[in-house]
Design a protein around this ligand. Structure first.
Ligand SMILES: Nc1ncnc2c1ncn2[C@@H]1O[C@H](COP(=O)(O)OP(=O)(O)OP(=O)(O)O)[C@@H](O)[C@H]1O
Ligand SMILES: [Mg+2]
Length: 289
């Protein structure tokens, strides 16, 4: 049996680092949330393709499928994870051990399918999960979080904590109306949030621009602010084919109009700066209180 003195000698000593070494230490991950008001607007397609695009740009990317309980990012990436957020929440595995490797080496933390605990987690369970995810911020350059539709409190906690949101809508009035509601809620809980608007699955540019104008005019009129329009993605059969083949469109059909549009969205400058002053998951935990 080791006495206290011997035990403390076995523990690694924390070395004093010089200011130069500290500036070289890896900065915590940037975090971007992908959300929508209405379901089925194309968040998971967007999130999985953005994850591939940013990995291709040389970043270490983690995609977290927070459509917890109804996850499908693993399908879009052709993966079959052994573990998911539910296992992490229950403390059965660490977040690191729950990761699965995807295309080009990106990592996915799956959301689990049909797990009740994940569909309706208590605040305490979510708090435990956020705490368990915190170490991921030290390991990745960029964390992309794919949310379920709407404004569940887990989504709202993320929106309160993140610096950057990509709001995915379609051009139809129902999607725009629900998207506006989400935007309003997001700006209520996080006044400094940077929001990029994407009109996905648009039949043509005219309808995409009309949708943008409608969204931005309503936001400006009622909230006195508006999101930044970062692009539109055409309705493109290549996306459906890529979903069927379980390979993201920007790999499956890189020359398709949708893939090109998503590649351009991946270069949105705020993604290079999407960092909060304090740890993202600490902020998310605070937002739960
Ligand atoms: N630009 C596009 N062109 C054609 N089809 C698309 C496009 N974007 C998405 N889709 C189709 O829409 C379907 C739904 O997309 P996706 O799963 O990404 O939506 P979602 O917003 O994540 O849905 P949910 O709210 O259920 O999470 C996909 O299976 C895909 O085939
Ligand atoms: Mg989805």
């Amino acid at each position: 049996m080791l006495n206290r003195f011997q035990f403390s000698r076995l523990r690694p000593r924390r070395r004093q680092s010089t200011p130069a070494q500290e500036s070289q230490a890896k900065a915590p991950a940037r975090v971007v949330c992908i959300a929508s008001g209405k379901g089925g607007t194309g968040k998971s397609v967007m999130a999985s393709n953005l994850a591939v695009a940013r990995t291709r740009m040389g970043e270490k990317v983690l995609l977290v499928d927070f459509d917890a309980g109804l996850a499908n990012a693993h399908l879009l990436l052709g993966l079959a994870p052994d573990y998911d957020l539910g296992h992490v929440m229950e403390g059965r595995v660490s977040a690191r051990d729950a990761l699965v490797e995807g295309p080009l080496g990106l990592r996915l933390l799956s959301g689990g399918v049909g797990r009740d605990a994940l569909i309706n987690p208590t605040r305490r369970e979510l708090d435990r999960l956020f705490k368990a995810l915190r170490p991921m911020e030290e390991e990745f350059d960029l964390i992309i979080i794919d949310h379920g539709a709407g404004m569940g409190y887990s989504t709202v906690a993320h929106l309160a904590a993140t610096s950057t949101l990509i709001l995915v809508t379609n051009h139809e009035v129902t999607a725009l109306s629900d998207g506006y509601a989400l935007y309003k809620r997001a700006m209520m809980v996080n006044k400094t949030l940077r929001v990029g608007l994407v009109v996905n699955r648009a039949p043509d540019e005219r309808l995409a621009q009309a949708a943008r104008e409608r969204f931005c005019a309503a936001s400006q009129r009622f909230l006195g602010l508006q999101p930044e329009f970062i692009g539109w993605v055409p309705a493109d059969p290549a996306v459906g084919h890529s979903v069927q083949s379980r390979v993201p469109a920007i790999m499956h059909a890189p020359e398709s109009p949708a893939a090109k549009a998503i590649s351009a969205i991946a270069k949105w400058t705020p993604l290079d700066h999407a960092r909060t002053t304090s740890a993202f998951y600490e902020r998310a935990r605070k937002a739960l209180r």
